[in-house]
Each structure stands twice: as structure tokens, then as C-alpha cells.
Design a protein around this ligand. Structure first.
Ligand code: HEM
Length: 157
């Protein structure tokens, strides 16, 4: 077993934890709260539940990014970014960059406060917005995972 294989295992493990968590939040927790909790309480209850996962997701995105860039270096794959057949490499970096920005910059600096203020004015609409954003991110992540497995095993060239 070489270092590339270990990096690949760490990469997949961190993706399973991180995107699996996003799937649970999007497909189970958010619809459950919509059905059984008053609109005014939903956002604060959701943030309490998601806070614990946020810390774990930060660690997973760090491991996914480090192992991903390491594999790119080991495969000498930087020129892939100039080839449209490797669209799934761009998709991986894009998804990673969006989550990194949200988890490390937007949430601690302004997103949390912005949602609180918006929820005070319009709890129903704000929760719908949270749900829509999670659905979009999960859909894009699922397409990226499928594309990356197909691409890494030679489906696009
Ligand atoms: C900085 C961000 C990332 C970089 C640089 C990166 C890079 C890589 C590289 C170089 C590979 C190996 C490709 C090959 O064997 O030809 C890979 C595989 C893979 N990546 Fe990423 N990745 C990143 C983020 C992500 C994200 C966010 C996801 C999921 C949403 C993801 C999912 C996968 C999957 C599923 C594989 C295929 C594993 C396999 O079947 O062997 N990666 N990645």
C-alpha cells in the first residue's frame, strides 16, 4: 500500500463524513423540523443541532482538501485543470471552495447573524431559504461524487 492509496482512502472517508452529514441535514433534519416545530423556533433549534456537526465538517473539509491536493501533486495532475474532460476535478475544487468559504469565513463572520436577523422578520421564508440552499449544495455534491468516481476510473477519456 503506497502513500497515494492512503491519501485516496482519507479523501473518500472525509467526503463520506462531510457530504453524508449534509445529506442527513437536508433530507431528514430540515424536513422533520418543518413538519413538527413552529416556524419561529425552527431556525434556533436547527442551529443548535447543526453546531456540533459544523466543527466536524470543518475537520473533514480540511482532510478532503489536503488529501485532494496531495493526490493531484502525486499524480502530476495539475494540467488536468486545463482539460474539459476533467470537469469533475473543477467540480471537486469548486464544491470544496464553497464549503470552505461558508464554514470558515461566512458562518463565523456574518452568515449566522444575517440569518438570525432575517428569521426575526420572516421565520417561514428564512427556513425555506436554508432548505433550498442545502438542497442545492447536496445536489451539486452528489453530481460531483458520481463524476469523480466515474472520472477517476477512466469514464471520460
Ligand atoms: C481541494 C479539493 C479537491 C481536490 C484537489 C481533489 C482531488 C482529487 C484527486 C486528485 C482525486 C484522484 C483522481 C484520480 O485518481 O485520477 C480525487 C478523487 C476523488 N474525489 Fe476529490 N478532490 C477535492 C475535493 C473533493 C470533493 C469536495 C469531493 C466530493 C464532493 C471529492 C470526491 C472525490 C471522489 C469521490 C473521488 C474518487 C475516488 C475514487 O473512486 O478513487 N473530492 N480527488
Amino acid at each position: 500500500m503506497d502513500d497515494l492509496t492512503i491519501a485516496r482512502a482519507l479523501h473518500v472517508l472525509s467526503i463520506v463524513h462531510w457530504i453524508g452529514g449534509v445529506a442527513l441535514v437536508t433530507l431528514v433534519i430540515l424536513p422533520g423540523l418543518t413538519r413538527s416545530v413552529e416556524a419561529a423556533q425552527r431556525l434556533s433549534l436547527f442551529e443548535t443541532m447543526e453546531r456540533r456537526f459544523g466543527g466536524q465538517a470543518r475537520l473533514s473539509t480540511l482532510v478532503a482538501g489536503a488529501s485532494g491536493f496531495y493526490m493531484t501533486h502525486r499524480l502530476d495532475g495539475w494540467d488536468r485543470f486545463a482539460d474539459p474532460a476533467f470537469w469533475w476535478m473543477h467540480a471537486m475544487v469548486l464544491i470544496w471552495a464553497v464549503f470552505t468559504f461558508v464554514l470558515f469565513v461566512a458562518e463565523p463572520l456574518f452568515l449566522h447573524r444575517w440569518f438570525q436577523a432575517r428569521a426575526a422578520r420572516d421565520p417561514e421564508g428564512t427556513f425555506r431559504l436554508v432548505q433550498r440552499m442545502h438542497t442545492m449544495l447536496l445536489t451539486a455534491s452528489a453530481i460531483t461524487i458520481a463524476g469523480a468516481v466515474l472520472g477517476a476510473h477512466g469514464a471520460f477519456y
